[in-house]
Every structure is written in structure tokens, then in C-alpha cells.
Design a protein around this ligand. Structure first.
Ligand SMILES: *[C@@H]1O[C@H](CO)[C@@H](O)[C@H](O)[C@H]1NC(C)=O
Ligand SMILES: *[C@@H]1O[C@H](CO)[C@@H](O)[C@H](O)[C@H]1NC(C)=O
Ligand SMILES: *[C@@H]1O[C@H](CO)[C@@H](O)[C@H](O)[C@H]1NC(C)=O
Ligand SMILES: *[C@@H]1O[C@H](CO)[C@@H](O)[C@H](O)[C@H]1NC(C)=O
Ligand SMILES: *[C@@H]1O[C@H](CO)[C@@H](O)[C@H](O)[C@H]1NC(C)=O
Ligand SMILES: *[C@@H]1O[C@H](CO)[C@@H](O)[C@H](O)[C@H]1NC(C)=O
Ligand SMILES: *[C@@H]1O[C@H](CO)[C@@H](O)[C@H](O)[C@H]1NC(C)=O
Ligand SMILES: *[C@@H]1O[C@H](CO)[C@@H](O)[C@H](O)[C@H]1NC(C)=O
Ligand SMILES: [Cu+2]
Length: 786
């Protein structure tokens, strides 16, 4: 049993049982009477059912590198003979060379296909490592590829340049490199010194708020900085915001900003550019002091110092709701698990679906070789970026753009709480990543469960047999899906990523956002950047754009992109002479000839499908999969902001279609956020006019939320509203709907004379079992391995 604590929910616990009387023959049509009863004993425990094992057809060639390989790579990099002149991160300063992180290098598709589809050898495994090289004359960050693995005499360490198209390969200028604790140490003394010198002012303006340094016990404000910190790597700037250090400090900002120039690796050259408060800019301490002494800086809406209102505990002052003391409706896997798992190879099979999973440090969970009924639909399906961009009349909100891969999304997939994050009885798996020479295990960070959406897949009540009674034959087929779920907490937001593999062969990708808003101090004059949502707090307006890579292989890799658009046309028909010309809809179908990026048609008047023109269904139609926009299929609102000008091209249209290339594995690069004017990876350069006619295509999909902030974002944004999705669904891929083979259905034929219903139940046993839900265990602590 997974549980170590047994707690009864309510006084008696919850027992669910369904019993049935069935006829002797399970196959023929027979009458069935179904009784539901609650019984205290006699059933089996359903939820403890283990996941059936299946053997992956081939070892998973996409998975991360092992803890042993990571350590060997770490040691190789630090070996003086490798010539990288590395310092241990523990001792490093910005003028040393040290390892930022190590992860698996994406395995080239060209090498994988020969292996998974033929008898080719497994492709070689490589690691990638980002090294901060502050010890060079020309300080930079440089990425390397290390392989083949395991480390042997043949293993080489080479610059990793081929997957970046910005002109500097895997190299990023020092000013644009990731802002880690070591870089923070270089600028912190300047922040502490200038803020100490104006502590009297901040203290008077912000109810005792002062900053003397992060570990000085007189400090009563917290700092937060911005992304980006550079435009092109030539300069580095830092917009420091201050907050009341509550339990939810992101919601308790104060109206004070310190602007710094911290270009280069010599902290003695760093300087203060000025201060901002009350929507005014003060270039020097003297000017700030003058305004303060003239009484011009008094704050209108003081910030709260106790943010218990922001916590997700129950708020008794809100009262109670009738019947809320009862346990609510829930999903339970009562029939036992209906999917199979090869845990070692991260391979899953469910109702005709099969797929491999992989977990990467920067992008989290990824899917490979997704097949339905043995035919490949997608070679790869993976999140590429989680971007957000803010607006406001203050230096932090106006300049903030996040690319969350910069923060290593995959390291932030936290433990999920059974019964609350995922249904009771879900299967939980660990996700791991490497940190320096060890491996961190985020326990139970991926859950897999079959869900009942509460909606049948299909039904029809037919009365077409034409007797004097009229007939009511009824067919209803259960609609189920297998869901994989991770929740990635990047700073203030908890992104929930779901992939739902539906039994009809469709696949829904969805994302929800909850967590704290990035807020601004409230001003009456700044309503156009969001409403007041707390005493001294404005919810800052922003966009979230999430980009996916969908490398379709509809049966094989020769595919085309079909657009069928509904148009209203004037035409005439000889049998309606009285109408003359009249308007009708018709479908105008074309293939996208060349790589392109575009938005969905207004009024959703077009459908977009990846088809294989050489593979027809029984009716001679192209076999394909359609991309169906769901909720909130948006793109970035600002297309020319200096803070996202050229490094966020992937977020600026709804859809993009390119040719697959081994040197274009990602839409973005992990340190691109600090290079908006001179990107390391420029997505717009993918579009170089290549033909899309029966070629290997990649579709880049965007969804997200325009976050129109509201009081109901307090204390946290709600998953019910901040939700986006896209469904990939068969479009003439088959000859008919994929529901005819399913057993979980009812077909009820009404007798023409007696009108008695005759049930066909196809032998699927209704469960008779006792379920005792138990309080979940939360293994919050990541475990270090090796
Ligand atoms: C860090 O520096 C100290 C002092 O120079 C040295 O003794 C120690 O070995 C170094 N630690 C590592 C991990 O390199
Ligand atoms: C090695 O790095 C150190 C800084 O950690 C630097 O001072 C030294 O010059 C470097 N040595 C060489 C040979 O580049
Ligand atoms: C701050 O105020 C105290 C007390 O009024 C005063 O002694 C001190 O000189 C002031 N410090 C600065 C930096 O103005
Ligand atoms: C703050 O730190 C100083 C110096 O370490 C110490 O003398 C003082 O007692 C501390 N004050 C408080 C309130 O902890
Ligand atoms: C903050 O406010 C809550 C609710 O009023 C109270 O229970 C709590 O003790 C307060 N915390 C502090 C540190 O004052
Ligand atoms: C997750 O990791 C923990 C700690 O290493 C281990 O005990 C547990 O068996 C792992 N769970 C799975 C499903 O592998
Ligand atoms: C990891 O590296 C540190 C030095 O940075 C060393 O002290 C430690 O022993 C290493 N751990 C392993 C498991 O190699
Ligand atoms: C993957 O493909 C790229 C582009 O063709 C090539 O430069 C790189 O060396 C390949 N990687 C491996 C590990 O073979
Ligand atoms: Cu938001």
C-alpha cells in the first residue's frame, strides 16, 4: 500500500459499492437491473489495484541521462585535462568558470527513426552543459555537448552551437547570462549601500521599510528584480522593486524602485541610475531627498504588513455553505487500472494509445512516439516556453518579460497531493533532474489517471423504425481519457499541465494557472493596468503565452498542412430561379505551400489539419489530424515591445508550421530572455521558405491567457478561469468514429410490442467493491540521489 496513514473521512468513512444481477450469458442481450447500495463490507479494495506492467517495445532513447552519467560528465568537465579551468560552484565568483547545469541533449530524430522503425542501433546519448565562463578575457556563458555516453575514451566535450541560429551559437554574453546567486552577490553591496543611505526616507514613506542588505537584521523590506536584465548583451540593467516581507510578498509591493547599471564583471563600475516613486524619476539621492523633504512623496495607499489574507487556509470570516461538510463528488478508478506502464522506460499504453515520456530540466515533461492503434500520430509533443509579459506605469511591471525555461521549469515540478491535485487512486511517478554532481528526485510529481469527464463519448436515441408506437432505441458509449498531469511552480504561479488521451483517438493539451499575481502598488491614476485588488495593491495586467511543439508524423513523416476555410459565396442554382444569385457557405481547401506563421481565422472559420496526402482512408480522403483551438488560443498582445522584440517571436502568432530539422529542436533558448534585441535563438529565422509539400512538419501551437486581473485573483488566481487548451483530433484519419469497438456502452433495444427495454451490456462487470479513502501522504522533500 502506498499510504502509511489511515484517516477516516467523516465518522464512518466512505464506502461505495455497486452491485448487479446479471444473466448467465455475458454476451447476449439480456435484462439488467442495477442497484446501488452502500455496504460496509464484502467488497474488494479497488483503489489499491496496481498498474499492469507492459514491456516498452524498445528502450526509451529520449529519457534524461542517468545519475551515474551525470556524475561522470561533471567529473569529466572538472578534470583539469579537459581544459575548462572550472571552479567549484560553492566557491565561485562571477570572474570564475563554473557549471550552471547539465541535462540531456535532445536526441536527433534522424538517428531515432532508423532505430525505432528499423533495426538501426540506438542513437548515441549526449549530455549538454551550460558553463559560465567569467574567468575568460571575454567573459561569457558557453554551452557544450558531451558524448557519447557513458563517459569513455571516446567521449568529447565540444561547443554546442548547432541548435542556435542567432549567430553566436551556444555562447551568451556575460551581461545576458542567467542571474544566479553568484551574480547577485556581486551587485548586492551596491544595493545595500545606497538603500542604507536613504533608509530614513524609505522608513518614513513605507511604515518603517528599510533595506540594509539581505542578511542585515535591520532590513524590513525584500528586494525583487526584473527580467530581462539586458537588451543585447552589451549592457546590464537591474530594476529593483521593494516589497513588504510578508508570507505573500509578491502581493505586498511598495512604491519604490531602484535602477542600477551593472554592466560587466567589475562591481566597482556598477552605479545607481536613479529611483522611482509616485510615478516620478529621481536620478540622484539629492533629488529624491528634496522631493521627500518638500512632502511630495507621501503614500496614499499604505501596504498591509500582515498578508494572512493571501494564504490558502480557510477564511472563517466568510462563513460556511450548507452541506459543505459532506465529501464531494469525485472520480474513482473503481474497475482497476485500465492502462499499462513500463515505469523503467516511461512508456504507457491505454485503450489503443501508446507513448513514451521524458523529463527535461528546462522544459519538464515531454512525449515521444505517440501512436494510436499502432500508427504514429506525433513523433514529439512538448512544451517549449511559458512566456509572460506585463504592463504598468512603474519600472518593474513595464519591463517584465519572463521566459520560464530560464528558470528550469522541469526542476519545479512539485509533489502532487492525492485526492486534491489528482484523483484518489491515481498512479504517481517521480521526476528527476541533475544539480551539480547529484540527482534530485521530485517525488510523486507526475500523476496518471483515467478520468470520467462526466460526458458520454457518443449517444443516439433513434425512433426511425417506424412502428405505430414510435421506437426508442438508445446507444450510449462512455467517454473516458487517460490524463498525465504535472504542476510546475515557477515563482508565483502554479501551472498545471494536462495531456488527455481520449478513447476516440483525440488528444487534448491543456494548461491552467493558479498562484499569486505579480502585483503593483495601487494608484488611482493607474487603473488602465489593472484594478485595485487589496488595500495597497493593484493586479498588474499581463499576457501568458505558452508554446508547444507538435511534431506530427501522420502514419509516416511525409505530411502536408491543409487549411479548409468556410467562405460565404454568391452563386445560383437552376432549381431556385426566383432567387437569382444567393449566398451560401462553401469550403475552400488549400495546402500551405511554404513554412509560415499565422493566426486563426476570425469566427473560427477555418480548420487546420496535418494530413498525409499519400495515405487515404477507405473513402479516398487524406488521412489527417486536426488542430482544434479550445479555450483561450491567443498570442502575445505587444508585437514590438523593446523587452520582447526579437527573442519572443514564437509567441506572436497562434500557429506556425515549419519543416522538421535536427538543428531546430526548440522554439527558444533558455537564456534568450536577456537578449530581446540580439537573440541567441530567433524563431522567425525558422521561416526560410522551405516547401511543406509532403515533408516532415512541425506545428508550433500557442495558447494562454490574457490575464485581466480581478479581485477574484485574491488570494490566488483560479484554475476555473485561467485555463487554455487545444485538441488534436482525427480528421478522416479513420473510416469512421473510433467508438464501435468499445465495450463500455449500453445498447438498448425497445421491444416493438411490449416496449420493454432489452439491455446489451457486453459483459463489463460493474464493480462491487468497498473503497476506503485515506488521507494522502505528502512527500514534499526532494530526495538527493548519488
Ligand atoms: C573552496 O575554497 C577553499 C579555500 O580556498 C578550499 O579549501 C576548498 O577546497 C574549496 N572547495 C571546493 C569545493 O573547491
Ligand atoms: C582560470 O580561471 C581563473 C578564474 O577562476 C582565472 O583567474 C585564470 O586566469 C584562468 N586560467 C586560465 C589559464 O585561463
Ligand atoms: C536618519 O535619521 C536619524 C535620526 O533622525 C539621524 O540621526 C540620521 O543622521 C539620519 N540618517 C541619514 C542618513 O540621513
Ligand atoms: C543585529 O545584529 C547586530 C550585529 O550582529 C547585533 O548586535 C544586534 O543585537 C542584532 N539585533 C537584533 C534585534 O537582533
Ligand atoms: C496576521 O493576521 C492574522 C489574522 O488576523 C492573525 O491570525 C495573525 O496572528 C497575524 N499575524 C501576525 C504575525 O501578526
Ligand atoms: C520515488 O522516489 C522515492 C525516493 O527515492 C522512492 O522511495 C519511490 O519508490 C519512488 N517512487 C516511484 C514510483 O518510483
Ligand atoms: C560532488 O562534488 C563535491 C565538490 O564540489 C564533492 O565534495 C562531493 O564529494 C561530490 N559528490 C559526489 C557524489 O561525487
Ligand atoms: C544532431 O544533428 C545536428 C544537426 O544535423 C548535428 O550537428 C549534431 O552533431 C547531431 N548530434 C549528434 C549527437 O549526432
Ligand atoms: Cu497571470
Amino acid at each position: 500500500m502506498r499510504f502509511s496513514v489511515l484517516v477516516f473521512l467523516g465518522a464512518v468513512g466512505l464506502a461505495i459499492a455497486a452491485a448487479q444481477e446479471r444473466a448467465a450469458s455475458p454476451s447476449g442481450p439480456h435484462k439488467l437491473s442495477l442497484k446501488n447500495r452502500l455496504t460496509p463490507s464484502g467488497g474488494e479494495f479497488c483503489l489499491a489495484d496496481p498498474v499492469p506492467f507492459t514491456q516498452a517495445p524498445k528502450p526509451n532513447v529520449w529519457r534524461g541521462i542517468s545519475p551515474e552519467d551525470n556524475r561522470a560528465v561533471w567529473e569529466l568537465l572538472h578534470n583539469p585535462t579537459t581544459g575548462l579551468n572550472l571552479t567549484s560552484r560553492r566557491n565561485a565568483t562571477i570572474t570564475d568558470n563554473y557549471v550552471f547545469w547539465i541535462d540531456a541533449l535532445p536526441t536527433n530524430k534522424s538517428a531515432v527513426l532508423a532505430y525505432i522503425d528499423g533495426d538501426g542501433p540506438p542513437p548515441p546519448k549526449y549530455a549538454r552543459a551550460i558553463i559560465f565562463e567569467g574567468g575568460r578575457t571575454n567573459p561569457r556563458s558557453q554551452e557544450y555537448m558531451i558524448g557519447p555516453l557513458p563517459v569513455s575514451a571516446e567521449t568529447a566535450v565540444e561547443p554546442l552551437d548547432y541548435m542556435y541560429n542567432g549567430g553566436m551559437g551556444g555562447s551568451v554574453p556575460f551581461n545576458a547570462r542567467y542571474y544566479d546567486g553568484i551574480r547577485d552577490n556581486a551587485v548586492e553591496p551596491l544595493i545595500a549601500s545606497v538603500m542604507s543611505s536613504i533608509a530614513n526616507i524609505t522608513s518614513a514613506l513605507f511604515q518603517g521599510g528599510a533595506y540594509y542588505g539581505w542578511n542585515d537584521n535591520r532590513t524590513t523590506m525584500r528586494t525583487v528584480t526584473t527580467d530581462p536584465v539586458s537588451f543585447d548583451g552589451e549592457q546590464a540593467f537591474l530594476n529593483v522593486m521593494f516589497r513588504v516581507p510578508t508570507d505573500a510578498s509578491i502581493l505586498t509591493p511598495v512604491d519604490f524602485y531602484l535602477l542600477i547599471d551593472w554592466t560587466g564583471t567589475d562591481p566597482s563600475s556598477y552605479y545607481v541610475k536613479g529611483f522611482v516613486t509616485k510615478e516620478r524619476f529621481f536620478p540622484t539621492v539629492e533629488r529624491l531627498t528634496e522631493a521627500f523633504e518638500a512632502g511630495e512623496l507621501g503614500q496614499e495607499f499604505p501596504q498591509t504588513h500582515n498578508a494572512s489574507w493571501a494564504l490558502l487556509d480557510r477564511k472563517p470570516e466568510m462563513g460556511t455553505r450548507e452541506l459543505d461538510e459532506k465529501f464531494p463528488a469525485t472520480i474513482l478508478q473503481l474497475g482497476g487500472k485500465r492502462f499499462k506502464l513500463d515505469k523503467e522506460q516511461q512508456y504507457v499504453e491505454y485503450m489503443g494509445w501508446s507513448f513514451y515520456m521524458s523529463h527535461s530540466r528546462s522544459l519538464g515533461l515531454m512525449f515521444f512516439d505517440i501512436k494510436f492503434k499502432g500508427e504514429r500520430i506525433l513523433y514529439e509533443l512538448s512544451l517549449q516556453e511559458t512566456l509572460s509579459q506585463y504592463g504598468g506605469n512603474q519600472p518593474k511591471a513595464a519591463s517584465t518579460v519572463y521566459h520560464d525555461s530560464y528558470y528550469s521549469l522541469g526542476t519545479r515540478a512539485g509533489t502532487l497531493l492525492e485526492g486534491y491535485d489528482c484523483p484518489f487512486g491515481s498512479t504517481f511517478l517521480n521526476l528527476t533532474y541533475h544539480d551539480a554532481n547529484h540527482t534530485v528526485v521530485n517525488q510523486n510529481a507526475l500523476c496518471i489517471f483515467e478520468t470520467d469527464p462526466g460526458v458520454p463519448l457518443s449517444r443516439h436515441r433513434s425512433s426511425d423504425r417506424g412502428s405505430r408506437w414510435g421506437f426508442d432505441d438508445l446507444g450510449v458509449i462512455k467517454g473516458n481519457a487517460l490524463v498525465t498531469r504535472t504542476v510546475v511552480t515557477v515563482g508565483n504561479y502554479d501551472y498545471m499541465f494536462d495531456y488527455a488521451f481520449n478513447i476516440d483517438g483525440s488528444l487534448e493539451i491543456s494548461v491552467r494557472a493558479s498562484g499569486y499575481l505579480q502585483a503593483s502598488p495601487y494608484y488611482k491614476t493607474q487603473k488602465k493596468w489593472g484594478p485595485r485588488i487589496q488595500q495597497g495593491t493593484q493586479g498588474s495586467l499581463h499576457d501568458h503565452i505558452l508554446t508547444w511543439k507538435a511534431d506530427f508524423d501522420i502514419v509516416d513523416s511525409a505530411n502536408s498542412f491543409e487549411i479548409s476555410k468556410l467562405v460565404a459565396v454568391e452563386q445560383s442554382q437552376p432549381w431556385f430561379p426566383e432567387l437569382g444569385g444567393f449566398e451560401q457557405i462553401e469550403l475552400q481547401t488549400r495546402y500551405l505551400e511554404k513554412e509560415d506563421r499565422f493566426n486563426y481565422e476570425p469566427n473560427n472559420q477555418a480548420i487546420y489539419s496535418v494530413v498525409n496526402r499519400d495515405k487515404k482512408n477507405a473513402w479516398g480522403e487524406n488521412r489527417g489530424y486536426r488542430i482544434i483551438p479550445g479555450l483561450s488560443n491567443i498570442h502575445l498582445t505587444t508585437l514590438n515591445s523593446p523587452f520582447s522584440r526579437r527573442n519572443s517571436e514564437f509567441a506572436k502568432q497562434n500557429l506556425a508550421v515549419t519543416r522538421q530539422h535536427d538543428n531546430e529542436p526548440f522554439a527558444n533558448s533558455v537564456q534568450n530572455v536577456n537578449l530581446p534585441w540580439r537573440p541567441q535563438q530567433d524563431f522567425s529565422r525558422f521561416f526560410d521558405g522551405e516547401s511543406l509539400d509532403q515533408e516532415d512538419l512541425v506545428v508550433w501551437l500557442n495558447m494562454g491567457m490574457h490575464h485581466f486581473t480581478r479581485a477574484e485573483d485574491m488570494p490566488v488566481t483560479l484554475y476555473s478561469e485561467a485555463h487554455a487548451s487545444i485538441t488534436l483530433s482525427p480528421q478522416n484519419f479513420f473510416d469512421r468514429a473510433q467508438d464501435g469497438d468499445l465495450l463500455n456502452r449500453r445498447w438498448i433495444v425497445t421491444d416493438s410490442e411490449t416496449r420493454d427495454p432489452d439491455f446489451q451490456d457486453l459483459g463489463v462487470e460493474l464493480p462491487y467493491c468497498e473503497v476506503q479513502l485515506e488521507e494522502p501522504v505528502w512527500n514534499i522533500k526532494p530526495v538527493l540521489e548519488i
